[in-house]
Design a protein around this ligand. Sequence first.
Ligand code: M6R
Length: 617
Amino acid sequence: MCGIVGYVGPKSTVDVLLGGLKRLEYRGYDSAGVSVINTLGTLETRKKAGKLSILVDDIYKTPLGEAHIGIGHTRWATHGAPTDGNAHPHLGGNTQKLSLIHNGIIENFSELKSELLEAGVSFASETDTEVAAHLIAREYDKTNDLIESFRTVVRRLHGAFTILVMHEDEPGVVLAARRNAPLVIGLGEGENFLGSDVAAFVEHTKRAISVGQDEIVILRKDAVEIENFAGHKIEREEFLIDWDASAASKGGWSSFMAKEIADQPQSVADTLMSRVSSDGTVHLEELAPLTSLLPKIDRIIMVACGTAAYAAEVGKYAIESWARIPVSVELSHEFRYRDPILTPNTLVVAVSQSGETMDTLMATRYAKEAGATVLSICNTQGATLAREADAVLYTHAGPEVAVASTKAFTSQIVSMYLLALHIAGIRNTRSLNELQDTGKNLLKLPAQIADVLSNTQGIRSLAKAYKDAETVLFLGRNVGFPIALEGALKLKELAYIHSEGFAAGELKHGPIALIEAGQPVIVIVPSPNDPDSLHAKVISNIEEIRSRGAKVIAIAEEGDQRVAQHAEEVFFIPKVQQMLAPVLSVIPLQIFAMELSSAKGLDVDQPRNLAKSVTVE
Ligand code: M6R
């Protein structure tokens, strides 16, 4: 849940590190720090509690020396409050010549700390991380071999960690180790990089290598070696990053979230690109590893957390309806603790923007061990989830930096439509015409999203008007239900307002007791043309709450004349095949949450207590 960056090369190291941390700040933003070994051979460290900008200002006022090697860290606190002292890097040994940064949790740190305290080591922080710094420094004092000392210590650590280490007496090398936390290498000409994800160095190089579980990296300016914890060399293939560096910057928008919401016509087009031909036929070559399995799967289990789980819920409707396979959606952190039934004919679909969410990774590993096949729907190239799955469907939404997921969500949903159509085609559960018509409807989505985005003034004003609301409720039915849940999650995380999403039909079974005069309720209204008369049922649900004083804000289909008589405010989305409506109806809710957060003066991109990717369980 922290961001790490490392660099060896000719560029100004402080600039490379701070630039990398800026792009990784979404991973944690309660403190930040860097260490460099300057050209005089001295280790210099600077670290500060608070946002990265505080560290940047400090370094601007009192610059660090010129350096060509360094490590940097942006923190999301687990052990120890966010203070200057607990910020990383941590220094090891009496001479304080070793500097270390860490992402993850060292689960056996208490026992290691007791051992060090008994040996007379004193600690400068309350973190679990500092034990690793002292242990490696102590080994190095004994062996004078930094790599061997590093191997010895990482083998002793339990839990999740990516660790980067430098030592003043070995000024040309950064060592890194990873277990259950992400690490990617960036390969340059006469320079090399390390990062929690490729965003850390994509402005410098597009060539990358994803580091495997329990592996060590020995990074020099002109050489990169990978080995396992036992010291055996490992070869890993490099890949090309297809993200544009500018895509990871705000590009003039007031926030990353504003930019990412606006990116959605393009990000959805990128998800569809080369996968749907103009006649609506879907081709998913990435699913070749599943060719023999797909005709015989009897069940799909989707595992995901947060917004990704709501995208999976939409996917469930599409797959069950089009491909006629039973689908269940499970929160990753619940899944493996309830002894789920998995067989070789179960397909587990793990959905994750980052591909590093620890709960989802652990669910995936559990499923594989139990004999299931895993498909990951992932946005980040080289992510652990992508590497560990049997097949990967990349969402291609581009880098998502704001903590609140927006464009990754719509691209996840679209990826699931593609998956559903692909499986339906293989299993002949729908006619070719029907499948192609839906494929053609998918191709219309980017323009329809642009249409929604071109008319957002009303929802923005509404958000401002509700800035003092204490509770906002969201209702939906069918595919609108997960969108109600997503709208409520966006509002909680961005505006710190209590909000709940309900299936509209569930209201009368309890939640209607919450309704009192003036209670804002946002309702996702199905198309008036839906074949199951859900529109009429939702209108009845609206009337039930209005008669108890609720103020209803409806998201409805263009041309729905009836709804205006039943709501205080209506926002229209273009007419679209009902199953595809979530991709459009979520957009006003994303904007509502973002604007309400801004109106309250909150940090839209970095809400309190959160981090973009949750790499601890
Ligand atoms: O990277 P992932 O998609 O696995 O992340 C899952 C959730 O942590 C994430 O969607 C979270 O709920 C977002 N902050 C929601 O906006």
